[in-house]
Design a protein around this ligand. Structure first.
Ligand SMILES: [Zn+2]
Length: 632
């Protein structure tokens, strides 16, 4: 017996462990994902459009000769040139990773993930493509992680082992989050080295110093890389808040001092570059939080991101002022709060945080519950409470539910459904739009202008954001007096070079930056073809045609079996099923008129094409057709 199904053929082709993917990518028009980060999983996207463009391409099985030649050429370092290569984060919010290369020395800043688009079925997340670093592992002097958000640390468990396990530098909280997350992956132990904002690192020919920035997670750093061609400043995610909650505020004096240091280039966060004005300071919202918490008639349930530690701290402070107790629900949030407390990034009075079991000892208006799920995520605590699936918490009449984070674009419908459900159960809902209970963690236009004016760079490089964000950020840089030809808006993988004469150029050279998908335990083993299959099945379902053919005379032994999933409900479409069956018989019999030997590939191809066309004319649908030919 010889069973051949279509998908196996394809699957067998892509068996390498890490496959850089061909072209499902490169669309500067990605749906904006402002604030798309910190633990939520956006659902919408433009992947479909990108994807159909890539349909004709085959997955890269082995490195082509051309690619190999290019890689070998790349392996020889350019003399006296600093190469800056964003491997991700320049066409999207997320997947942040920048390579700095000077001759035989490489320093990497950040190693983040990107959440999948809506139509990337089954994909957990996307990580940067590090094909460029293949063969250069020994040159990597260190990886600097600016802060502990997933779009800056998320690829570490996958990429660190592939890159020769380089030393990873970060503040204690950042490293703590990396280390805790590493426990979920059974990969090699990481080499972590703690730094503070006054640390100095000599990494080959690079010397790295740091400045504290305010963001909505403590321990966030900006980086100053002193290179042989000049100093490059990289902000990480930042806003200019001199009074942030929890951790130390932005080190404005240090940033101002950079203005005297003849900075060659400034690379700055564009996440909120499309928004005019200044970002709110975290303390601006403390008053609002105090007010909501003091006026709530009964319990307050606050939904937010588990890594929004600044917000969690503010609520704890408000609770302490008002004599209320705080319950933290959700594994990741609990883990982060414990870690931040242990490391001294969070101050919590003894007895403020209580266990959910002890809730009944307190009056309802003394209780604040902090949990994950403000994005309507299926498995998060807030959704489980609303769906009555949570083991110890349920919505009671009079509860106030506060959504304390902006909705990631694409999650609007899920959040709306969640709010409706909460109202139905008797809760009152307060969203950040109604009151300022949310302040973003990123600089807006006027903040960016201020930054550029303080740092006074010769060149400006907007990073972290969709292409349009970078373009708008570039306009801000022009307002600050940077010459247009000194502003580089790069795509992912595009190489920026600076020479010893301090002249910069945005080259046309592109290193691979295509998506690498993480799906369950597999990294890079889901190819475009697998995704296309998933997409076809999601759209029009699939139909399996099983034909049993005699090996002696090539005749059908019995009537073909037809199985439909997600295409039609067969019991209600008997007529259509019968015509499909007849069509299948005809296709097989036609084939046998000319050839008594069985040619399975031919039969399968005919079934796919002729039957596909027939089904389309009958139904206007294009289900995936899976012909199975059994020879007996
Ligand atoms: Zn961040």
């Amino acid at each position: 017996m010889n069973v051949i199904s279509d998908s196996t053929d394809r699957m067998l082709q892509a068996n390498s462990s890490v496959t850089p993917l061909s072209p499902a990518k490169k669309n500067p028009h990605h749906a904006p994902k402002r604030g798309s980060k910190h633990g939520a999983r956006p659902r919408k996207g433009q992947f479909q459009k990108n994807f159909s463009q890539g349909l004709t391409a085959q997955p890269q099985k082995t490195e082509s000769q051309k690619a190999q030649a290019k890689r070998l050429k790349n392996a020889i370092p350019a003399k006296g040139k600093l190469r800056i290569i964003p491997l991700g984060g320049c066409e999207e919010v997320g997947r942040n990773m920048t390579v700095f290369e000077y001759e035989n020395d490489i320093v990497i800043v950040d190693m983040g993930l990107q959440w999948p688009e809506e139509d990337m079925h089954g994909i957990d997340y996307i990580i940067p493509n590090t094909a460029y670093l293949k063969g250069k592992e020994k040159n990597i002097r260190g990886v600097i992680i600016t802060h502990g958000h997933y779009d800056h640390i998320g690829a570490v468990p996958h990429l660190a082992p592939m890159l020769g396990n380089p030393i990873i530098y970060g503040t204690p909280l950042t490293l703590g989050i990396i280390a805790k997350r590493q426990e979920d992956y059974k990969s090699t132990p990481l080499r972590l080295k703690s730094i503070q904002k006054d640390s100095v690192l000599q990494l080959g020919k690079f010397r790295a110093t740091f400045f504290g920035v305010s963001h909505n997670i403590p321990g966030s750093l900006g980086v100053v890389l002193d290179t042989p061609v000049g100093k490059i400043v990289h902000t990480g995610d930042f806003k200019l808040d001199a009074s942030t909650s929890g951790d130390a505020p932005a080190e404005i004096a240090k940033i101002k001092d950079l203005g005297k240091q003849n900075i060659l280039a400034l690379m700055a966060d564009s996440t909120n570059a499309t928004e005019p004005g200044h970002q709110l300071a975290e303390h601006d919202i403390q008053g609002n939080i105090d007010e909501i918490l003091s006026q709530a008639p009964a319990r307050v349930i606050v939904g937010t991101f588990s890594s929004l530690l600044g917000r969690i701290q503010q609520i704890i402070w408000a609770a302490e002022k008002l004599g209320k107790k705080v319950i933290i629900e959700g594994f990741s949030m609990k883990r982060n709060v414990e870690l931040a407390q242990q490391l001294g990034y969070m101050t919590v009075k003894k007895g403020t945080i209580i266990d959910v079991k002890d809730m009944r000892h307190y009056a309802d208006n003394k209780i604040i519950i902090m949990c994950t799920g403000a994005q309507g995520e299926d498995n998060a605590v807030l959704m489980r409470i609303a769906n009555k699936e949570h083991r110890s918490l349920k919505i009671e009449k009079g509860d106030t539910v506060v959504f304390s984070s902006s909705v990631v674009p694409g999650n609007e419908r899920a959040v709306q459904r969640l709010k409706d459900e909460l109202y139905r159960l008797g809760a009152d809902v307060i969203h950040y739009k109604m009151m300022d209970v949310h302040a973003g963690g990123h600089a807006k236009q006027e903040d960016l202008l201020e930054l550029i004016n303080m740092v006074k760079p010769q060149y400006h490089i907007p990073i972290y954001g969709n292409h349009s964000f970078l373009r708008i950020h570039a306009k801000v840089a022009m307002r600050a007096g940077i010459k247009p030809d000194h502003i580089f808006v790069a795509d992912n993988g595009q190489v920026i070079e600076f020479g010893l004469d301090r002249k910069g150029i945005l080259t046309k050279e592109k290193v691979p930056s295509d998506y690498v998908f993480v799906d369950g335990l597999g990294v890079g083993d889901v190819s475009n073809i697998v995704l296309r299959d998933r997409q076809m099945m999601a759209e029009d379902g699939m139909i399996v045609i099983i034909t049993t053919i005699s090996g002696k005379n090539g005749k059908l032994i019995h009537s073909p079996d037809i199985i439909s999933r997600g295409f039609i409900y067969m019991r209600e479409q008997k007529e259509l099923v019968e015509t499909i069956r007849t069509k299948v018989k005809n296709i097989v019999n036609d084939h046998n008129k000319t050839n008594s030997q069985i040619n399975e590939a031919y039969i399968k191809e005919a079934l796919r094409n002729d039957l596909g066309q027939y089904i389309f004319t009958k139904t206007q649908r294009r289900p995936m057709i899976l012909p199975v030919v059994i020879e007996v």
